[in-house]
Design a protein around this ligand. Structure first.
Ligand code: NAI
Length: 335
């Protein structure tokens, strides 16, 4: 057994409890000794605490510094603001990292995608600066700061260097939003000058969308403001077999929360058929982050093997295995 870690676990809504249970079970079987501090957030605690993000969740993350999180449902067009966005802003988890990779065994039009979306996670149109103008218009402010852009650009280049990647592409719409996206582009260009060993190019977000569909294998690390990152992450998931397989990390200075790209999937919640891969791979990112690299690569290899064999895939990947059967198969290969 390794040393003991204290980590916050937010099971979340919908399929969240099912997929986080799969991940924690696999981590335990891999021999990493984690004492989970399980805290609930979202709609289910709203009535009792009058907030979807009670203080005990904040305190737990502040204390443990690391969290594994299931998805949390956000009411659309009304109701409380996103708990996910609130957590990212509260702890200044400025970098959202989402590796988009094809695995053998998963049906997709492409067979060699291996790119990483680095999304600025705290500002842009997600700052919540919005209001009605009478009842005839509404305004949402897109705020981009030089400080946050410098941080995310440096993060993207450092990530590229540390992970042995070759190129960073900055995605923007600076031809139209000359000030906000212009600042994002120019600031990133300046940061790029400090990384002559890493290739650099810029791409307008609409062209980027087309090129990702045509030749996703040409791209390596993509860095972009919040909204484009949100949209291109789901599109990226579509390139490699869907939301069930794309993990993610929200990283700040000394706090990090790991969660998949997908949401609470209310259409399949409680049926025991959710694909746990995205959350398991998010926990692999978490294990790497805390230094448990051996266990991380053992779990990663076991996941790759189960996907490649294709015998126990969940419905979204064309199989008919349950979450539990899939998880058991991964555990078999950990040994
Ligand atoms: P969603 O990601 O929950 O689902 C989109 C589609 O993908 C659905 O058909 C769903 O069944 C499928 N899917 C997603 N994850 C899957 C998995 N692991 N295995 C198999 N199929 C899977 O997106 P949707 O429906 O737009 O959002 C539902 C709720 O989740 C909303 O309230 C949204 O705000 C919230 N959400 C929360 C996130 C978070 O907590 N980080 C991220 C994205 C959405």
């Amino acid at each position: 057994m390794s040393k003991e870690y204290n980590i916050t676990l937010i099971p979340g809504d919908g399929i969240g409890p099912e997929v986080t249970e799969a991940a924690t079970q696999i981590i335990k079987e891999a021999g990493v000794n984690i004492k989970w501090d399980v805290v609930e957030a979202g709609a289910k605690v709203m009535e009792e605490y009058n907030t979807p993000l009670p203080e005990y969740v904040i305190e737990s993350i502040e204390k443990n510094k690391i969290g594994l999180k299931g998805p949390i449902t956000t009411p659309v067009g009304k109701g409380f603001r996103s708990v996910n966005v609130a957590l990212r802003q509260k702890f200044n988890l400025y970098a959202n990292v989402r590796p988009i990779k094809t695995y053998k065994g998963i049906k997709s039009r492409y067979d060699n995608v291996d790119l990483v979306i680095v999304r600025e996670n705290t500002e842009d149109l997600y700052g919540g600066i919005e209001h009605m103008i009478g009842d005839y218009a509404a305004e949402t402010i897109k705020l981009i700061t030089k400080e946050a852009t410098e941080k995310i650009a440096k993060f993207a280049f450092e990530y590229a260097r540390n992970e042995g990647r070759k190129k960073v592409t900055v995605v923007h719409k600076a031809n139209i939003m000359k000030f906000s996206d212009g600042l994002f582009l120019n600031t990133t260009r300046n940061v790029a000058k400090n990384y002559p060993d890493i290739g650099f190019e810029d791409m307008i977000v609409d062209a980027m969308s087309m090129k990702l569909v045509q030749n996703p294998e040409k791209y390596d690390v993509l860095v972009m403001p919040n909204l484009y990152g949100d949209i291109l992450s789901d599109m990226g998931a579509g390139l490699v077999g869907g939301l069930g397989v794309v993990p993610g990390a929200n990283i700040g200075k000394d706090i990090a929360i790991f969660e998949s790209v997908h949401g609470s999937a209310p259409d399949i919640a409680g049926k025991g058929i959710a694909n746990p891969v995205a959350t398991i791979l998010s926990s692999v990112m978490m294990l790497k982050y805390i230094g448990e690299t051996e266990a991380a690569s053992r779990i990663h290899n076991a996941v790759s093997r189960v996907l490649e064999e294709g015998k126990k895939l969940t419905g979204d990947l064309g199989g008919n295995a349950t979450t539990k059967e899939f998880t058991a198969e991964i555990i078999k290969y950990l040994k």
